[in-house]
Design a protein around this ligand. Sequence first.
Ligand SMILES: Nc1ncnc2c1ncn2[C@@H]1O[C@H](COP(=O)(O)OP(=O)(O)OP(=O)(O)O)[C@@H](O)[C@H]1O
Ligand SMILES: [Mg+2]
Length: 455
Amino acid sequence: MCDMLSLRVIVVDDEKNQREMLAGFLNLKGYSVSTADSAESALELLGRKAFEIGLFDMKMSGESGLDLLRKAKDRNPELQVIVITAFGTVETAVEAMRAGAFNYLCKPINLEELLELIKTAGERHFLLAENRILRERLEELEVKEIVGVSAKLKQTLSEIARVAPTDTTVLITGESGTGKELVARTIHRLSPRAAGRFVPVNCAAIPETLLESELLGHEKGAFTGADRRRIGRFELAIGGTIFLDEIGELPAAIQVKLLRILEERRFERLGGEEEIFADVRVIAATNRNLASDVEQGRFREDLFYRINVVNIDIPPLRERREDAMPLINYFLQQTSARLNRPTKGISVAAKDLLLAQDWPGNVRELANAVERAIVLSRSDILDVDDFPQLRPLARDTETEAAGTATLLRDLEKRHIEKILASTGYSLQQAAELLGIHRNTLRQKIKEYQISRPSD
Ligand SMILES: Nc1ncnc2c1ncn2[C@@H]1O[C@H](COP(=O)(O)OP(=O)(O)OP(=O)(O)O)[C@@H](O)[C@H]1O
Ligand SMILES: [Mg+2]
């Protein structure tokens, strides 16, 4: 992926010998090397030429290597800088690392170590650059419909950006309501097939007997009831994308047929002769664990490998809780707009309630909860009462009950003590006043360890 030999290195050192030795060595190893003898001239050079790697001596007359490092990283955060420090000046190295250096080398420089560091620095540079390019592409493509801020969702987004431009078959996995179809549609929209159709097929919803004609279409008279030609989903998707949803539910007989189409990329309508070329991109989705279905013989292994070329696994919402708040805001806005209502707000307590949920039905369940509340609430601000179906915030009821019991016992004890004192510790009178039997009072006195003050 990254051609190490095209790496450009800038060597900055005010000592001529060292500078020329390093430059000569790296040149010999195939790197493209430029040199500078001061921080000032290095900055000038960095301003007009692109570099992936910097090799900066920390101790230079004039502006220090550390200042140079800061300025260079400021201008180009992707530049990977290896700093060279004198033996025994670890503090400088630590400071340099804090300022964003990739790594450091102590003099005298071990050239093997230097090569190793430059190699890993190069890899790091390309990784950063690639991430930035993906990010830019995503921004350019405006994936506004997929909301979220978590690292896990970002990962999914970058996978989308990576596969979208290709024709690769993609298997999208994830629990119910995590956004599998949304991701499939986004991949299609960002692909060169965007002008073609996105054709969803719910493999679980179509009866087995109809599935084949649904997928492939049929000619008139192909079977009883086939009174005219029907174009199947594969044919509709030519030039576009077919989305095989819930592929894990596909009956065994259809699995074989699908495998054939995917292998040969051609098919015939039922009862037809004509071979149709399936210029179709396939995206499949399932909330099942297909690998274990394969193990248990429920899903064909060969078909599994055919569709599981690239796997995008969307994590459940409870594993990326940071996404909940942006999603709530998004649905408040989007759903209000769709229902043609002014956008409602949400109280802090209701927010806390929503954020505390595990959302077994994931984003769909969250979206539905918000929609239901928007429809039913009379107020402009949604509150806890507008989400009656949700588990209330877990208060520690057990400790609370225990606390109350202690308080009551304490009150009772003090009350008994007061009454006893007022009767001069007459059990008979106190029991009467308290309205309890003398034996009960005796028991309580024992239990609460009430004793007559010894005065
Ligand atoms: N990250 C997200 N941002 C915005 N909307 C989302 C996001 N994820 C899911 N949704 C919305 O949540 C709903 C459910 O998503 P989708 O239908 O794609 O889920 P699914 O994984 O296919 O579910 P199922 O397994 O039940 O078919 C849709 O309305 C979708 O637009
Ligand atoms: Mg779905």
